[in-house]
Design a protein around this ligand. Structure first.
Ligand code: C2E
Ligand code: MG
Ligand code: MG
Length: 755
């Protein structure tokens, strides 16, 4: 064990031994003057040494406190030594007052100082107030003592003015000490245990002192009196206090004061005032000492009031600052200092209010860094934080003060543009802001971001905050799906992409909410409508969804048969009312080539009174056929009904030739991708020429799809293509417009022969 703790343990043991010896002597009445004087001296010295050792082992205020306490004990010991010299060596009664009283009276002063510097849960101003309160209480009690019977008794018993002042000084200093004990204890924080022991020791001391003073004044004190035990135990407690847990460790303190502690000094003050006023009322005129005490008391109260006022102002000021700080914390991101989600949502809500009031447009962006997790995982979190801070600075640099940039936590950021004319350009500049590499402590790093944009235009209806945020979020995720690092504006179609529409499509088919548009396939030579291709149209909640999106959906949901039935029935029904010569083409998936199809088609033809030769079934060539033999059989039976079969999007799939070999096909529709390049790319031209030769060889009719330009039409006509379809001739039309279109056909009067 190191020296200091060993010495401390030794001192504590000595204190215990001493108190046991003393108690034994008192109990057996064997205590005599010599033993009493010497043992008291030893007790004080043990306490002084113990506190001194505690001072050595501690720091700061704590060390000061223990030093003051050690000093107080040492002074008391010195007083006791002088007392003993008179009694034991000079064999005379110690005069009163004597030099010993200096030592004894120094004790409460040192003890009070110790209590005030001990790091209790008290701030500097708390300590000042405690000192003032101690002084006020002491002065008030001095005044009361002096003015009442107590004072009179003390004065009577004393031989001189000095003697009476010293005699009064004992109880006064003790009362002051008691008051400070109570005040300190009411605020003791981390050192409650230590301070409790010290204060108990000091309180015991004060009581013993007062009893001593009274006994001396009454000339009834003799060494070895039972009241001496008070001192022994007081020093015992002071010697053991440094052994209490936490006695040598400094703790943080906070500012808080107890109401009771604050009110304490007002009790003696009020009593003093009542005493003085009633004495005045009884005709007593105060003497010089009394007047001085009254003046001091008033001055103390004034100073205390001033101090309290100043503290209150400081408190109010610090509260305001703290509130401002808290508000900032509540609405800002700790890492980047940007607005947080709460503030952002608040701003967006406000912007939406402005939109609903006077149509002011707004745009929001959701930004999510690409692969940020990887940075965090490989370079560490502090590098990740560093990157986030730099990214936020880059973003800020391209924005204006009118825009709100927020961080939602993690690698998610958001921007609000209010009334900005070019939000998409700004969103793109956010994307570009990250192109240059970043310099982190760990080296260079790159970053990219996926940005989802949602805009509320002047004439749009005002969405809710949640709706708007969801739109930006959907757009952002669409960017992620499409390969990250990009900007995407949220649109209605995008919303559809993210919702599971299977059940909705099923319902739409049952309720016949899927419609059919008809796109003419024309004869190039005459411009006459030869065939009308039936194309399914669906607009859930009024938002059109392209077939490229909902056909695969229908396939996944097992709804292709229902779709085919709807389109077939609807087109045959319409066809019955159209020009006799025209045909209708219905799309069918090769997977639907099952025997039941034949019965279905044949039934429908009969029901609508349509000849089989007026119906074409277009087979997409994309998906493979599981059972070629069965499909072939179905095709044969369909052809037996007069129905013609076409291969759709010829050239774009993978199994076209096999299909042509395996199935009895009548027509091929050359895919749009070969037509759109026909006047630019010689290879396209050669391909189309080859298909024509090959079709000729197999006896197939050729249709060119997706003709958009006049040059394409000329080229195709030059090559000998007879039939074509495309926007150049007509868009897909709703059925009501088809009749008109057929009426105005360039040669509708001529008779037609099906190809
Ligand atoms: P498809 O059978 O090849 O139909 C032709 C597609 O090309 C139609 O697209 C049509 O609007 C479009 N188109 C026609 N002329 C032009 C042009 O000049 N330029 C351009 N850019 N496009 C042109 P749509 O209506 O979007 O249909 C897409 C595909 O969805 C169809 O391709 C077809 O495979 C499928 N589909 C449509 N309706 C049905 C249906 O009822 N059943 C089945 N199974 N599939 C259908
Ligand atoms: Mg088609
Ligand atoms: Mg096609």
């Amino acid at each position: 064990m190191p020296l200091l703790p060993r010495l401390r343990a030794l001192t504590a043991a000595a204190a215990v031994v001493l108190v046991l010896v003393v108690v034994a002597l008192f109990v057996t009445s064997q205590i005599d003057t010599t033993a009493d004087d010497l043992l008291e001296l030893v007790a004080a010295l043990i306490a002084a040494v113990s506190c001194g050792l505690a001072a050595r082992g501690s720091h700061g205020r704590l060390r000061l406190g223990w030093t003051a306490l050690a000093g107080a004990c040492a002074f008391w010991g010195a007083g006791e030594a002088i007392w003993s010299v008179y009694e034991l060596m000079l064999h005379q009664e110690t005069p009163f007052p004597s030099a010993a009283d200096v030592g004894f009276l120094a004790f409460p002063v040192g003890a009070m100082a110790a209590l005030l510097v001990f790091p209790a849960r008290a701030s500097g101003s708390d300590r000042r107030r405690m000192t003032l309160d101690g002084l006020t209480t002491t002065t008030a009690i001095a005044l009361i003592s002096w003015s009442t019977a107590l004072g009179a008794v003390i004065r009577q018993g004393a031989d001189s003015t000095l003697a009476s002042v010293v005699a009064v000084a004992y109880p006064l200093s003790d009362v002051g000490l008691l008051v400070v004990c109570v005040l300190v204890l009411s605020r003791a924080g981390g050192h409650r245990a230590v301070l409790g022991i010290v204060a108990s020791g000091l309180a015991l001391m004060a009581v013993a002192d007062s009893a001593f003073a009274y006994a001396v004044a009454q000339n009834s004190y003799a060494t070895g009196d039972l009241l001496d035990l008070g001192w022994y135990f007081a020093f015992f407690l002071l010697a053991l206090a440094p052994m209490a847990p936490g006695a040598l460790e400094s703790t943080a303190h906070d500012d808080s004061a107890s109401v009771a502690g604050g009110l304490l000094p007002y009790i003696p003050l009020t009593v003093a005032a009542v005493v003085e006023i009633s004495r005045y009322g009884m005709g007593h005129r105060p003497g010089l000492f009394e007047s001085v005490l009254c003046g001091v008391l008033m001055a103390l109260v004034l100073v205390r009031q001033a101090l309290t006022g100043r503290d209150n102002r400081r408190l109010a000021q610090s509260l305001t600052e703290r509130e401002r700080e808290l508000r900032h914390q509540a609405f800002h991101d700790g890492l980047t200092g940007l607005a947080n989600r709460a503030l952002y949502v608040d701003r967006v809500t406000h912007a939406l209010n402005l939109h609903s009031r006077d149509g002011r447009p707004l745009t929001i962006c959701f930004l999510d860094l690409d692969g940020f997790k990887h940075v965090n995982d490989t370079l560490g979190h502090s590098a990740g934080d560093d990157l986030l801070v730099q990214v936020s600075e880059r973003f800020s640099s391209v924005l204006s003060s009118a825009d709100t940039l927020a961080r939602f936590g993690g690698d998610e950021f958001a921007v609000l543009f209010e009334d900005s004319p070019e939000p998409l350009r700004l969103a793109t500049s956010l994307l570009e802001a990250l192109t240059a590499p970043f310099t982190l402590a760990t080296g260079a790093a790159t970053a990219s971001v996926s940005i989802g944009v949602a805009r509320v235009g002047r004439h749009d209806s005002t969405p809710t905050v949640d709706e708007l945020l969801t739109r930006a979020d959907l757009a952002m995720y669409a960017v992620k799906r499409r390969g990250k690092s990009g900007v995407l504006l949220h649109t209605a179609a995008l919303a559809i992409e993210d919702v599971d529409l299977g059940p909705q499509l099923a319902l739409a088919l049952t309720n016949r909410e899927v419609h059919v548009a008809y796109q003419p396939i024309v004869e190039l030579a005459t411009g006459r409508t030869h065939t009308l291709e039936a194309l399914a149209r669906w607009s859930p909640q009024g938002i059109p969804v392209t077939p490229d999106l909902f056909i695969p959906l229908a396939e996944r949901a097992g709804l292709l048969d229902e779709l085919f039935t709807l389109v077939l029935e609807e087109s045959l029904f319409r066809l019955a009312s159209w020009t006799p010569g025209v045909r209708v083409a219905v799309n069918v998936s090769p997977s639907q080539l099952r025997p039941s199809l034949v019965a279905q088609v044949s039934n429908a033809l009969v029901r609508y009174g349509i000849e089989g030769s007026r119906l074409v079934l277009e087979l997409t060539e994309t998906d493979g056929l599981a059972d070629t033999e069965r499909a072939r059989q179905v095709c044969d039976e369909l052809r037996a009904l007069g129905v013609r079969l076409a291969v759709d999007d010829f050239g774009s799939g993978s199994s076209t030739l096999a299909r042509l070999r395996d199935l009895p096909i009548d027509e091929v529709k050359i895919d749009r991708s070969f037509i759109s390049c026909i006047d630019r790319d010689p290879r396209c031209l050669r391909f189309v020429r080859a298909v024509l030769a090959f079709a000729d060889e197999l006896g197939l009719v050729v249709v060119a799809e997706g003709v958009e330009k006049r040059e394409e039409r000329e080229t195709l006509a030059g090559l000998g293509v007879h039939l074509a379809q495309g926007h150049l001739f007509s868009l897909p039309l709703p059925p009501e417009q088809v009749a008109d279109a057929l009426q105005t056909d360039p040669s509708s009067q001529q008779s037609r022969t099906p190809a």
